[in-house]
Design a protein around this ligand. Structure first.
Ligand SMILES: Cc1cc2nc3c(=O)[nH]c(=O)nc-3n(C[C@H](O)[C@H](O)[C@H](O)COP(=O)(O)O)c2cc1C
Length: 186
């Protein structure tokens, strides 16, 4: 650690216009100024296959190195069929392995998500929380940031404009930063 905590963002959507990636980038904006942030690219990962652990693919090695350098993770994800998207599950499976040094374990993480519909990823986030427990991530419990009708809540510049939503997102990031600071000082 260089005195500038490094946060890695992971979006569960690969879509260019992803609402959830936009939400993640808004959360980044609530981090303290001296924090650094990198958005992970999980789009090139192969499907997890234990045979590939003998010679790890470059895309896996790059993601692992990035995650090793992280002091914490912000994860924003859509809900697909009441759960998390396969691309996110695949990334978490790769990152869970001893073969890559379990680069998520014990690190702070905060989650968020939104949908154009009315449920705001509540079912998907429940599954994501189970995954975080399995991965031994140090999850921020509250507040829950589950945003319904998310497509109506950005301005033209991509700023998350929902007043209550912004307060919750700020609180989530503040609680996350407290965990990061505790780890950094330990
Ligand atoms: C395969 C698939 C499954 C979906 N399942 C759900 C769902 O279970 N619940 C929900 O609220 N929205 C569901 N949606 C709609 C997504 O919430 C919507 O497409 C959202 O914009 C995706 O997030 P993104 O904008 O970050 O890509 C689904 C979309 C796809 C493509």
């Amino acid at each position: 650690m260089t005195g500038k905590p490094h946060i890695v963002g992971i979006s569960g959507s690969l879509r260019k216009g992803s609402l959830n990636t936009m939400l993640l980038l808004n959360a980044k904006g609530f981090l303290p100024e001296h924090y650094t942030f990198t958005l992970a690219d999980i789009s090139q990962l192969p499907h997890y296959n234990q045979d590939l652990e003998a010679e790890l693919p470059v895309s896996v090695l790059q993601l692992v190195e990035l995650c090793k350098s992280a002091d914490g993770f912000l994860i924003s994800s859509p809900e697909y069929n009441w759960s998390i998207p396969g691309v996110l599950k695949n990334a978490l499976d790769w990152l869970s392995r001893q073969a890559v040094g379990t680069p998520l374990a014990s690190k702070p993480a905060a989650i968020m998500g939104g949908t154009p519909g009315g449920f705001g990823t509540s079912r998907g986030q429940l599954h994501l929380r189970e995954q975080m427990f399995a991965l031994n991530l140090d999850a921020v419990g509250r507040p829950e940031v589950l945003v319904p009708q998310l497509h109506t809540k950005f301005d033209e510049a991509g700023q998350f404009s929902d007043e209550m939503g912004r307060k919750l997102l700020q609180q989530l990031v503040d609680n996350f930063v407290q965990k990061v600071e505790r780890n950094v000082q330990a």
